[in-house]
Design a protein around this ligand. Structure first.
Ligand SMILES: Nc1ncnc2c1ncn2[C@@H]1O[C@H](COP(=O)(O)OP(=O)(O)OP(=O)(O)O)[C@@H](O)[C@H]1O
Length: 643
């Protein structure tokens, strides 16, 4: 979709929202409020200030619509003129509150963890207090008067915003384009400013608008109590307080500013609601469980010493749950040599993606990654400093995600997103980095690369975005490309182009590839070796050339039998693997596949098999890798495959 059509779509959403009852009310109220704020003091400033000692404390009359105050000034004009000051003060207090809140809310993601936690705890405590109580407290601290009241209301608004910003930032932090930027080595502050803030702007705007209504009310309350605006200046709160003194003589003197506060507050709230309806804002909730040490699992077999790009030994990924830990990756071990292409296959939930994310150091707190060894290009990733990691991963590791739509920041041009890493790591200036980005886009066969580099992600097709993502990986000199289901969201022809591009990149750049896929056929065509994962572990590691002849694990054979190929007899029902893999927190004793395995014995149900070498390039975790042992039940073997 082009940006013009996007704007058109947005425009029609706005006009549709304005035609709803809420939308129409909010537009009318807002226009009236803005007109009064701008024109009120100009048109009626003099009448509002005119003192008439002959008309002190009068009730409504033809000359004075809402009566007069204790100096004979016209209350109707004063209420109209007070609009500007009341709205101005509420807007300033909200702006200061939102800014302070935004800083407090986003600081934890740039500061060291301990300092960040301190701020988060302070915000949590402040959020627990009612806003008006906080405003009163701060009003006393900052002193009586307009400035004190502005600061008091701003500081009372800030904690709510800080919490909202934290939650929104956390919800964006897991998006692919943020992961991609992190992999490209983009620093925390830049990540925040360029990738997180632009994408949480809309919900923050909506909440700021609604908060302005609250600020207006809070201001009126402080002025009413005599600790806000001081005479001779006046806002609605002050007029309300003055009107209340003579409420029995002239109730309109108090009711008019009161009604003005209510109507203006309503205008802000309704505008907020209308904006929320158009931009589709929903506020996610945060989650911070406790974190004890995850359980240990046995290490798997070791690869003989070759020059390795990646060396993973006993990798575990654990997440806290209210009642303990769930460990979806339970001791994965494998190695990747330079230029080698390895496929990772397995059913959904087997831990493929988490393994890729753990290798890229993209598992976020509260997730915990442990390993006996996790080395990339000779650097231990678990003990490396953040700076080392940024340098190393930013230049040598590329990541291609499943959803090409979410892989790029929607608010930034493609070329700039590619260039970002080069500005950071290669010391290139903006122009040079952009030129390199264009060159890389050309390299991945993006037509009219120069023009395309200036376009936004939504102007690219899915296949082009995926190629651009690979191009982003090529901004450095990647030693390893981790591609997580890179073709799942694409149609078949585009799938082939992307796979071909990956293969070409591997050749030209001598980059190793870790291709995560549930499509065994794709892996067989593209990779040298295949890791078969089941319930968070590698159960077989074998050359793809041997796929047809020597898979040893019953699960691998089952996966192969369930793969649809061109030569599959379409009249025969496709083999299926009976049952479902266990949930990560319900993995049984013994071999996790035993319950679905036609050859399972008592030993399989009680002892967990270790991944062991069966020949030079082949490892398998099975007690009966040759399929020689008869099953201990009368079940028929459900799957084909060579024995
Ligand atoms: N943040 C998390 N907290 C708790 N559990 C998680 C988290 N992320 C993933 N999991 C669980 O870990 C398991 C493995 O997830 P993973 O995404 O690695 O699977 P996968 O093999 O890549 O599956 P798919 O092919 O569907 O992407 C799943 O059961 C998933 O529910």
């Amino acid at each position: 979709m082009t940006s013009a059509s996007q704007w058109k779509k947005r425009g029609s959403a706005w006009s549709a929202a304005a035609r709803t009852p809420v939308g129409a009310c909010s537009v009318t109220l807002l226009v009236a409020l803005a007109a009064l704020a701008v024109l009120g003091p100009v048109l009626w400033g003099e009448q509002a200030a005119a003192i008439d000692t002959n008309a002190i404390g009068q009730g409504p009359s033809g000359a004075h619509l809402l009566g007069t105050d204790s100096l004979g000034r016209d209350i109707f004009y004063r209420t109209l003129v007070a609009t500007r000051f009341s709205v101005e003060l509420a807007a300033i207090a909200t702006a200061v509150g939102v800014t302070v809140g935004l800083v407090l809310g986003t600081l934890p993601s740039v500061l060291p963890r301990r300092a960040g936690r301190l701020i988060t705890s302070a915000v949590d405590i402040a959020v627990a207090f009612p806003g008006l109580l906080l405003a009163l407290f701060f009003a006393v601290v900052f002193g009586v008067g307009t400035r004190g009241a502005v600061l008091a209301i701003a500081f009372a608004t800030a904690p709510g915003f800080a919490r909202l910003a934290q939650t929104l930032a956390a919800s964006v932090a897991g998006r692919d384009y943020v992961s991609a930027a992190r992999i490209a080595g983009v620093g925390r502050l830049r990540l925040l400013v360029r990738h997180v803030l632009p994408n949480i702007g809309e919900p923050l705007m909506v909440n700021a608008t609604i908060s302005a209504g609250g600020a207006l009310l809070a201001f009126a309350s402080l002025s009413f109590l005599g600790i806000g605006v001081q005479a001779p200046r006046y806002d609605w709160g002050r007029l309300l307080g003055e009107g209340l003194d003579g409420i029995y003589v002239n109730p309109a003197a108090a009711l008019a500013p009161g009604a003005a506060v209510v109507l203006a507050g309503l205008a802000f709230n309704l505008v907020g609601e209308t904006v929320a309806a158009v931009v589709g804002v929903r506020t996610p909730t945060a989650r911070t469980p406790a974190r004890p040490a995850p359980p240990a699992r046995p290490a798997a077999a070791e690869e003989p010493g070759v020059e390795l790009v990646l060396s993973v030994e006993n990798l575990q990924v654990a997440f806290p749950r209210p009642d303990g830990w769930t460990v979806p990756v339970r001791g994965v071990s494998f190695t990747v040599r330079g230029g080698e292409a390895i496929g990772v296959v397995g059913e959904s939930g087997s831990g493929k993606s988490l393994t890729g994310l753990a290798v890229s150091r993209l598992i976020e707190t509260p997730g915990v990654v442990t390993a006996d060894r996790l080395e990339f290009a000779g650097t231990p990733l678990l003990t490396a400093s953040e700076r080392e990691l940024r340098e190393l991963l930013g230049t040598s590791l590329a990541m291609v995600f499943q959803d090409p739509m979410s892989s790029f920041n929607p608010t930034r041009r493609i070329g700039r997103q590619l260039a970002e890493a080069s500005e950071q790591h290669h010391g290139l200036n903006r122009r040079e980095a952009f030129a390199r980005a264009v060159d890389r886009l050309r390299e991945v066969r993006i037509p009219a690369a120069e023009r395309r580099a200036r376009q936004y992600p939504h102007e690219f097709s899915g296949g082009m975005r995926q190629r651009a993502m690979i191009g982003m990986g090529l901004m450095g000199e990647p030693k390893l490309i981790i591609a997580d289901e890179p073709t799942t969201a694409l149609d078949v022809t585009v799938q082939r182009q992307v796979l071909r591009l990956l293969a070409r990149t591997r050749e030209t750049e001598n980059a190793a590839i870790l291709l995560i896929s549930h499509d065994i056929a794709v892996v067989a065509q593209t990779c040298d070796r295949m890791l078969v994962m089941y319930a968070g572990r590698v159960v077989e590691d074998l050359p793809t050339a041997d796929l047809r002849s020597v898979p040893r694990h019953p699960y691998t054979r089952a996966l192969l039998a369930a793969t649809l190929e061109l030569d599959t007899d379409r009249d025969e029902p496709l083999a299926v693997i009976p049952g479902r893999p266990p949930e990560p927190d319900q993995v049984p004793e013994g071999c996790a596949f035993a319950a679905r395995c036609p050859a399972a014995t008592d030993r399989c149900r009680s002892e967990d098999p270790v991944l062991e070498r069966v020949d030079r390039a082949h490892r398998v975790a099975c007690w009966h890798p040759n399929g020689a042992v008869a099953p201990d039940s009368d079940r028929e073997t459900a799957y084909g495959g060579a024995e």
